[in-house]
Ligand binder design. Sequence first.
Ligand code: GLU
Ligand code: ZN
Length: 295
Amino acid sequence: MTASSYIGRFAPTPSGHLHFGSLVAALASYLDARANSGRWLMRMEDLDPPREEPGAQAAILNALESYGFEWDGELVRQSERHEAYAETLNGLFNHGLAYACTCSRKQLEAYNGIYPGLCRNAGHDQQDAAIRLRVPELEYHFTDRVQGEFRQHLGRDVGDFVIRRRDGLYAYQLAVVLDDAWQGVTDIVRGADLLDSTPRQLYLQELLGLPQPRYLHVPLIIQPDGNKLGKSYRSPPLTTDQATPLLLRALRALGQQPGNALRHASPRELLDWGIRHWDATQIPRTLTLAEAQLH
Ligand code: GLU
Ligand code: ZN
């Protein structure tokens, strides 16, 4: 491998199996890393045990392996990173950058998910409370490699957001920023459903003095009727016998053009073809892509 400073990653949540949309995101992240002679890391985002499906972690890793993916280094689990999250959270709390919120779901119902700051100056202690990060009244923006310029006003569009839930579970926004920095990730390639989480992550990076990675958000695969895969109904798991057709389909969804001669290629051959021919500029510049499911 030639020297490269690129570090990418795939970060599945084990709340269920991988579906076609996760394959598209994994493939984009993998090909972009390897085409740049980069490392590709694997991180299990197991922050929420109550929502974890038993066996999902193993099923996800097995599916990725049977589709030919190889990651570098040891798998990192967020469930083993709680000390780091706690340390950062306490620092933010002690500096007054985060505060405890005791609002009930019912109290917040009327605000459409944008927290109105009710507990900002209440001085609640951490016990039995959610911890929220104060956001500045500022617009954050970045240039996504596929989606282009994206801007969001944190005060108006997001509000003070939760970094630790009342039940003690750490929030995705905090964990993802700390782990990407800790693992030295330079390039984040993931689904466009996370585009509007990115400004919150930029703010956290700024606050914590962490480097800002490059971002590439691939279109979210939806059903032809407009429903999201894996959310509105149970989309089929990625089975081993479908590896070749599904990888071909995922390559095409990403705007790559594997010829018909590849229709009997092995998963590994398809990935190698994908690395050699990877052209991120061909990825459709849309937030969603309607794709019929293969069964
Ligand atoms: N764990 C997240 C998911 O499965 C992805 C997080 C990320 O890529 O930043 O949707
Ligand atoms: Zn509150």
